[in-house]
Design a protein around this ligand. Structure first.
Ligand code: NDP
Ligand code: GUE
Length: 286
């Protein structure tokens, strides 16, 4: 049983330590990495994530700017703010917290962020770079999962990885990274027929759906590695994953918990991407 639960909190702590050292090295060269986060509206969950990003940014010695905009903000006012941040030399990363209110077109907003400051990796240029195997920003959640797998000694070479979910921010980039690591990859979604038959083939199963406990023991092969991306607020007021943790645990060779799994890695990789952006800006200024 020992070591079976992949400790995302601990691995994220290590990544953040490494980022902190990198920030100190850049500062010694006169460069302070800066991250801007835009929050539109006052959804409590979004506000909590933004608060935690702000605290972490500062704790690692980086410059943090949080822009809070009214729920009724127009798309053009948000685009103006992004244009200003695109031109601000103190800002190396721009994150617009999703979801956005319905009067604002998410795709247009994402496309307005300069690709070199797109630390979320959501811009179509960065999505294309990932698909083409070129350097660029990789979305933080799938990138964090790759770091967790590496540091837990999971070998992906030739293994069957099954990703449940095909969003642009989690499922699709996750599948691409697993493919790059030489896994054989299957992507499942809401139209998939006989989901358990496919997920039971997985050596590595990634659940990124947003339905509490939808992955049960009948979905999991003995000895599989199970990664739970889902963040669902349960009726008990607590956070739950997409995986029915207690019932899947016996079959899994290793498994990530919620909370304390993928979530903390997402923030750590956001910090890592911001450091990477600032490092690139410094090199290009020379
Ligand atoms: N831990 C973290 O850091 C993060 C966690 N999350 C969490 O991860 C989860 C997924 O996020 P996100 O990708 O943005 O969500 P989306 O809602 O964008 O995507 C969900 C995906 O799940 C698929 N799906 C829905 N129902 C089923 C089903 N019954 N069987 C199989 N597939 C299904 C959908 O299929 P279709 O395309 O056909 O509709 C879709 O592709 C959420 O709980 C979210 O909160 C997200 C980001 C970061
Ligand atoms: N532009 C944008 N980029 C994002 O990366 C982004 C976003 N919008 N919108 C929302 C989702 C969700 N997301 C999470 C980040 C951290 C935790 C996290 O740290 N979770 C902790 C628990 C936190 C708690 O207790 O509330 C954990 O799982 O242990 C969860 C979810 C980033 N997202």
């Amino acid at each position: 049983m020992e070591g079976k639960i992949i400790d995302g909190k601990e691995i994220s702590r290590q990544v953040k330590e490494e980022v902190k050292s990198g920030v100190e090295r850049l500062k010694a060269e006169g460069m302070t990495p800066g991250l801007a986060v835009i929050l539109v509206g006052d959804d409590p969950a979004s506000a909590a994530y933004v608060g935690s990003k702000e605290r972490t940014t500062k704790a690692l010695g980086m410059h943090s700017e949080v822009i809070r905009m009214d729920r009724e903000t127009s798309e053009s006012a948000l685009l103006d703010e992004i244009t200003r941040l695109n031109g601000d030399p103190a800002i190396h990363g721009i994150l617009v917290q999703l979801p956005l209110p319905e009067q604002i077109d998410e795709q247009r907003v994402i496309a307005a962020i300069h690709p070199d400051k797109d630390v979320d990796g959501f811009h179509p240029e960065n999505a294309g770079r990932l698909m083409a195997g070129m350097d660029g920003f990789v979305p933080c959640t799938p990138l964090g999962i790759m770091v967790m797998l590496e540091r837990s000694g999971v070998d992906l070479n030739g293994k069957h990885a099954v990703v449940v979910g095909r969003s642009n921010i989690v499922g699709k980039p996750m599948a691409m990274l697993l493919l790059q690591a030489n896994a054989t990859v299957t992507i499942c979604h809401s139209r998939t027929e006989d989901l358990p038959a496919i997920t039971r083939q997985a050596d590595v199963l990634v659940a990124a759906v947003g339905r509490e406990g939808m992955i049960g023991p009948e979905h999991v092969k003995d000895g599989a590695v199970v990664i739970d991306v889902g963040i669902n607020r349960g009726e008990d007021g607590k956070l739950h994953g997409d995986v029915d943790f207690e019932r899947v645990l016996p079959a899994a060779s290793s498994i990530t918990p919620v909370p304390g799994g993928v979530g903390p890695m997402t923030i750590a990789m956001l910090m890592s991407n911001t450091l990477k952006s600032a490092g690139k800006a410094l090199r290009e200024s020379r």
